[in-house]
Ligand binder design. Sequence first.
Ligand SMILES: Cc1cc2nc3c(=O)[nH]c(=O)nc-3n(C[C@H](O)[C@H](O)[C@H](O)COP(=O)(O)O)c2cc1C
Length: 487
Amino acid sequence: MAEPSAMPEPALSLREHIAAIEHFGELRHVRGADWDLELGAIAELSYRMPEPPAVLFDEIRGYAPGLRVLTGSTGSARRLGRTLRLGDDLDDVGLVAALRGKPSAWAAAAADHPVRPVESAPLLANEVAGADVNLLDFPVPRWHDRDGGRFIGTGCLVVTSDPDTGVHNGGCYRMEVQDEGASVTISAVPGKHGAQNVERWFARHGYAPVTVSFGHDPLLLVLGGTEVPAGVSELAYAGAVLGEGVPVVLAPDTGLPIPAGGEIAVEGWLRPDHKRDEGPFGEWTGYYTGRRRPCLALEITRMYHRDDPILLGAPPGRPPHDYSYMRTVMKSAMIHDELVATGVPGVEAAWAHEAGGGRLFIAVSLRQRYAGQARQVAHLAAQLPAAAYMNRYVVVVDDDIDPRDLDQVIWAVSTRTDPAEDFEVMRRTWGSRLDPMLPDGATPHNNRAIIDACRPYERLGSFPEVVGSAPEHLAEIRRKWGAALEG
Ligand SMILES: Cc1cc2nc3c(=O)[nH]c(=O)nc-3n(C[C@H](O)[C@H](O)[C@H](O)COP(=O)(O)O)c2cc1C
């Protein structure tokens, strides 16, 4: 069926995002690459460029022109700032400043922005009955050479609901195409809100309804892939970011919403005994994850897609990877917000470093007000909802240290800690099967360390002075001698 040309783009359209980043000059076009390992490798090269561009792949080998894949959708301050509706010309520092306080404000405003069901959408141009579904009609990449298969779900949004409250949850989980394209596995880690909803449905009804969107404005990738508080729907949260309810199509079989701005969507059922082998997959830790193992597979009842649909790809890997920048920026803002919300004074900044995938290594800066405060902040930070999953190190530094600057953080650890006093270990905390340190078959706990790299509180007045000229003196010297220095 031809796509009605008069139909306006619904909110959260991937096409509008692509037009915006083309306008920024941050989009590259690659034609003729192979879905089998070439898209993944080209994307990997792009992430390592000094200013990583987004890449739109077209004319993918074996597929008709127009069937496209986008990577790198949020990999710069301008792209992420646009995605979060914070502005189109932000730099790194401006983005972090603009985000201060926003995650908690959006979470609080979500209830005022419920989804808005619509009857028509470009997504509905093509409807495919469950028995005819073939996800391999689209150029689903095999991203990394040891992946167990082709993963259509990287930048996806999986919608589930709480069977008691009806509140929707949108989560981003890896999804491997199964049964020659007829099905797909959804690999949500136990404890994630989506996994909890599915477990609750299984306990009550023996099945769980699900919808999945595979191409949309990356706002849904960012929110689906970030720890939005329990009980808050990511779709309503997206409405709070937009300032208006997200338009959705209500899927006929499951009744669950599908973002109307989407490119490809499926609905169907999960059942406890319907599984397929899944994985391994190159993950955000920078490692492949263990063996191929059974995983819940979706019984697809219906699929919709636009004409010439575009898949939103977000392949992880050794950082920097597709979404490590957005995860670092989002996690840092959420951890800062949550720390401030505990009421502990003096927290200046938090940074969830990209090298740790935005999870493993967190630095927090603090203006110390009382004895014991640095440890309190360290323990809290390591267990905040935004940080608890798979954190391994929290370093707390004084407020003269920029927690985003690893050199400064390491300098503080090197000069302001006594390893016998300032390192503490928490045991049996929330780990993951993705952890390369987890022995095969072990329960997914982890241990985590906090490092108190603040000057000892009782020596704040007598700790050796830091060497370095005063900023005003340096500014004066730069005025006087800068030209000679720069040559
Ligand atoms: C591209 C991408 C892929 C992800 N893959 C998975 C995955 O396979 N399994 C998982 O449990 N979490 C995965 N995550 C992390 C979750 O999306 C994240 O923890 C999210 O907060 C889960 O939402 P929920 O707690 O509402 O279920 C991924 C995130 C991104 C951005």
